[in-house]
Write a protein that binds this ligand. Structure first.
Ligand code: ADP
Ligand code: MG
Length: 445
């Protein structure tokens, strides 16, 4: 797997960048479909974050499935992480073969705790609930259901709860898992006749942190397993924490009997940070930098990015990168605005070359159908669906008018385009396969 990653990198990255960023990196292990990668410096994380294509491609080629990755840096490893990484011999299998012998992997990331979570009006109640849960797991709000938009701190709070409980009680059995990985674990367990292991792991937890339940796939069996896991944990008083991008009642991927259980405890939301909160977050994050960020510069950044903390961090990193590249030690607004401008330009640039034809070609290519079928009159599902996807993407990315899209697809009526757009928009809300398809196609642009 790693050999393939580096090979792909060699093909797509210049020699200097390869020697600097890729060569010194090491694969520590692959567990739970996550590759743990150790870098020689934390400064290189940003670069690696942008190399997801390498990991995804190699993952699909070698393991035949989606492999995610977690970055660690030698110069910022906490003692716990180091111990965790060293205890694990690198494996070439995403799932440990002998699960019975492997200890419980908590999946917790030490980096996320309550101390470095900035409180604001958008997250105050949820933070309070999370602290209450960490204080008396199983005893206050059970389950705790956190919902809110992307990049607002849901995952951070989950890890914070887990880390706190683990600190208070080092023998607590804790598992953080994304809904996707829960499903993968289950599927692997059934395939390898290891259901007993699976149930031993999941039904004996003191704390289950299940992230992004909107991505829970409706594969046969998985939902039932989740239902039974939930009941088993709940009955013995174990704490359950769930997150989602929407309220339980809007989770169309899960059955009512499960959704209603989600509301037994507390459902609480996180909304976008206000200006003061964004400033506080930038202040904390910029402290670890050896550059100086005057408050007017932070204020400028906080004013530019207003809806998503992950993007806010990304913007700060970008500014830091540009400042460093230009040898600037005290980061002024001019540098910040230059950095953020080029960020916006980069996105616009890649979109400015985009045409309807390019989108159609990519979509046809992706679904292995011909261009003429895509825009032609045929209507079987294998063709109609990619056609809807293509129309949706044209509308989303280029903002082309409905009649013009109809024209570009063999002279179809604008109501057909509208219908297609609605269909795919709806599916984007709860169909993980569609979300993934769209994501993969978009990445090609
Ligand atoms: P979500 O799971 O809601 O999509 P994350 O928990 O992954 O979002 O948060 C995205 C990034 O923003 C993380 O790096 C997280 O540490 C950071 N973050 C979000 N909210 C806060 C906050 N209130 N204070 C500090 N960092 C935050
Ligand atoms: Mg998250």
């Amino acid at each position: 797997f790693w050999a393939r990653v580096t090979e792909l990198a060699k093909q797509s990255i210049g020699k200097q960048a390869y020697d600097f960023f890729i060569e010194p990196a090491q694969l520590m292990s692959v567990e739970q479909d996550t590759a743990n990668i150790l870098l020689d410096s934390g400064m290189k994380k940003d670069y690696w974050k942008k190399q997801s294509d390498l990991i995804t491609t190699a993952g699909f080629e070698v393991f035949g499935r989606l492999v995610d990755y977690e970055l660690y840096a030698n110069d910022e490893l906490t003692e716990l992480e180091l111990r965790r990484l060293n205890n694990q011999a690198p494996t070439e299998e995403p799932v440990t073969k002998n699960k019975a012998a492997s200890p419980l992997v908590s999946g917790l990331n030490e980096k996320y705790n309550f101390e470095n979570f900035v409180q604001g009006p958008g997250n105050r109640w949820t933070l309070a609930a999370a602290i209450a849960v960490a204080d008396k797991p199983g005893d206050t709000y059970n389950p705790l259901f956190i919902y809110g938009g992307a990049g607002l701190g849901k995952t951070h709070l989950m890890h914070a709860i887990g880390n706190q409980i683990l600190t208070d009680n080092p023998t607590a059995r804790i598992k953080y898992v994304s809904s996707e990985n829960f499903v993968n674990d289950y599927v692997n367990a059934t395939r390898k006749n290891q259901m007993e292991n699976f149930e031993n792991t999941y039904r004996n937890l003191d704390l289950l942190l299940l992230d992004d339940v909107q991505f829970f796939s409706d594969k046969e069996g998985t939902k039932n397993e989740f239902f039974n896991t939930f009941n088993a944990l709940y009955d013995k008083g174990s704490q359950i924490v769930l997150t989602s991008d929407r309220i339980p009642q809007e989770l169309n991927n899960l059955e009512d009997r499960l959704v209603s259980r989600f509301s037994w405890g507390l459902t609480t939301d996180i909304t976008a940070p206000d200006y003061e909160t964004r400033m506080a977050i930038l202040l904390i994050k910029s402290e670890s930098s050896n550059l100086e960020f005057p408050s007017e510069t932070l204020s400028y950044i906080a004013g530019q990015i207003d809806s998503n903390v992950r993007e806010l961090e990304g913007a700060l990193n970008r500014v830091e990168f540009v400042a460093r590249a230009n040898g600037i030690a005290v980061v002024d607004i001019e540098t910040a605005s230059q950095a953020l401008r080029s960020l916006k330009n980069a996105v616009q640039q890649s979109l400015s070359n985009l045409t309807i034809k390019k989108i159609q070609d990519e979509v046809a290519n992706y679904y292995h159908i011909s261009f003429s079928d895509l825009v032609g009159p045929k209507r079987p599902k294998e063709i109609a669906f990619p056609r809807q996807i293509a129309m949706y993407l044209v509308r989303e990315l280029l903002g082309t008018s409905l009649p013009a899209i109809g024209n570009a697809f063999g002279g179809r009526d604008h109501t057909t385009v509208m219908y297609a757009y609605r269909q795919i928009s709806d599916k984007m809300k709860n169909d993980m396969d569609v979300q993934k398809d769209i994501d993969s196609i978009k990445r090609k642009f």
